[in-house]
Design a protein around this ligand. Structure first.
Ligand SMILES: [Zn+2]
Length: 151
């Protein structure tokens, strides 16, 4: 099938989904090393933080970990992880039977991961994709999280 036909088909099936949500969904398909993750990593490097990636031995496989400090950072896409009150998290009206179970599953998985990490005495920061719209504010937030003493 020529590429132009594929595009036309994609457009038809997703046309009922608002364009900002749609592009968010397309972006989120790649699960790790997403653009938001790369941006957060760059901010951390700017601050001078050393980190490791994708800690599969920890609950929820946090995207970024500071092992010695027992701190973990998740970088969440607002749609897939349903950022409360965020416009990027708006659920598409089309095919709820397809999206809803996935979204509910993601939220439940996030909730369990955060609880399990807290049990292991890890500090956790969730960075939402939309927070990257204000890099200065996010840099301050990251700095505060990284520098804070463990309680
Ligand atoms: Zn958001």
């Amino acid at each position: 099938m020529p590429l132009s036909e594929c595009r036309a088909e994609e457009q038809t099936s997703m046309s009922s989904i608002p364009s900002d949500v749609r592009s968010q969904m397309m972006r989120s398909i790649r699960k790790s090393n997403t653009a938001p993750e790369l941006s957060v990593r760059k901010l951390l490097r700017d601050i001078g933080v050393r980190y490791r990636l994708h800690a599969r031995d920890l609950p929820g496989s946090p995207d970024i970990v500071l092992r010695q400090k027992h701190k973990a950072i998740f970088v969440h896409g607002c749609f897939w992880h349903q950022h409360p009150g965020c416009k990027l998290a708006k659920r598409p009206s089309a095919r709820p039977e397809y999206w809803l179970p996935k979204l509910i599953h993601n939220q439940e998985r996030d909730r369990l991961a955060l609880a399990a990490l807290a049990d292991l005495m890890w500090s956790v920061l969730v960075v939402w994709e939309c927070e990257l719209n204000d890099p200065e504010l996010l840099r301050t937030k990251l700095k505060r999280f990284v520098c804070a003493d463990r309680r």
